[in-house]
Design a protein. Structure first.
Length: 291
C-alpha cells in the first residue's frame, strides 16, 4: 500500500510539473510569436511604400524598357509596376466619376513607374542617396514618395520594437524563475532520497542521472504540449488573416516560435535540475533538516 501511494504521489508530481512547465512555455512562446510577427508586419508595411516615377509623354518605348530594366536592377527596388497614361486616366475616372477632359481640357495623368521599396531602403537616408540620380535621368518629370509618412512609421516601429524587446526580456526572466521554482520544489520533495543515496556511497553522477532523465521527459512533453497549443493559435491566425499584403504568420515565424519553445523547454528544465540537484548534494545532514 505504501509503495502504491508513493508511486501515485510521484506520478502526480510529474504531471503537475509538466502542466506548470507547459503553461510557462506557452507564455514564453506567445512572446516569441508576437515579437516575430511584429518584425514581419513592420517589414510588410515598409515594403508597401512606393516611389512614383512620373514620366514625360515624349518617352519612347525603347527608353521605357531601358528605364524599367535599370529600375529593376536597383538595390532598393523590390518590384516595379508600369502604369500607362491611359490606365492612370481610367483610374482617375473611377475615382472622380467623370472624365478629366470634361473639366481640365485633357488628361493631366502622366505615365509612371511604381517602384515598391525593399524594407531596408524605406527610409530618408537611403532615398536621399539613390533617388537624386534617378530624378536626373532624361524623361523623368518628378518623383513622388511619402517621406514624412516613412519617417513617422520608422520611428513608431523603433519604439514598438524596443517595448516588445523589453517585455520579451522581462517575460523570459519570469519564465526562467517559474520553471526553476517548479523544478526546485519537485527535487526538494525528494531531498531525503538524495541524502540517503549519498550516505550509501553513490556517486554524484549516479544520483543525478534519474533526475536529469525525468527532467528531460518533463521538458519534452511540456514543450510538445505548448507547441501544440501555439500551433493551433497560429493556424487560427492564418485562417483569420485575409490580407495578403500583410502576411505576418510565415513559416519562419512558425519555425522560430515552435523551435524556441522546444529548446527552452529542454534547456531550462535540464539546467535547473542540474543545479538544484547539485545544491542538495552539497548539503550536510543538518542543512537538510533545517531546510
Amino acid at each position: 500500500m505504501g509503495k502504491k501511494k508513493k508511486r501515485n504521489g510521484g506520478t502526480f508530481n510529474t504531471v503537475t510539473s509538466c502542466i506548470s512547465t507547459a503553461l510557462v512555455l506557452i507564455l514564453l512562446g506567445t512572446v516569441v510569436l508576437f515579437v516575430t510577427m511584429a518584425g514581419n508586419f513592420s517589414r510588410s508595411v515598409r515594403e508597401n511604400f512606393t516611389v512614383e516615377v512620373l514620366l514625360d509623354d515624349s518617352i519612347a518605348d525603347a527608353e521605357l524598357d531601358l528605364l524599367r530594366s535599370e529600375l529593376l536592377a536597383q538595390p532598393y527596388a523590390k518590384q516595379v509596376t508600369y502604369i500607362s497614361k491611359e490606365q492612370g486616366t481610367r483610374e482617375m475616372m473611377e475615382t472622380l466619376g467623370a472624365r478629366p477632359e470634361d473639366f481640365l481640357g485633357g488628361s493631366p495623368i502622366p505615365a509612371e513607374f511604381e517602384v515598391y521599396l525593399r524594407a531596408d531602403y524605406a527610409n530618408a537616408d537611403s532615398l536621399n542617396r539613390y533617388l537624386p540620380a534617378l530624378k536626373a535621368r532624361p524623361h523623368v518629370k518628378e518623383l513622388v514618395y511619402p517621406l514624412d509618412l516613412m519617417d513617422t512609421m520608422n520611428h513608431s516601429i523603433r519604439v514598438v520594437s524596443l517595448v516588445l524587446l523589453g517585455v520579451a526580456v522581462l517575460l523570459a526572466f519570469v519564465s526562467f524563475a517559474l520553471i526553476n521554482n517548479t523544478v526546485r520544489m519537485s527535487i526538494y520533495a525528494r531531498r531525503f532520497s538524495i541524502h540517503t543515496m549519498k550516505l550509501v556511497g553513490a556517486r554524484r553522477s549516479f544520483i543525478r542521472r534519474p533526475f536529469m532523465r525525468r527532467a528531460f521527459w518533463i521538458g519534452l512533453v511540456a514543450a510538445l504540449v505548448a507547441d501544440g497549443v501555439l500551433l493551433g493559435g497560429m493556424l487560427y491566425l492564418i485562417r483569420m488573416n485575409t490580407n495578403d499584403e500583410f502576411e505576418v504568420v510565415t513559416p519562419f515565424v512558425m519555425g522560430t516560435t515552435l523551435g524556441s519553445v522546444l529548446a527552452c523547454g529542454l534547456l531550462l528544465t535540464l539546467v535547473c535540475t542540474f543545479f538544484s540537484v547539485n545544491r542538495h548534494l552539497r548539503m550536510t545532514t543538518e542543512q537538510i533538516y533545517l531546510k
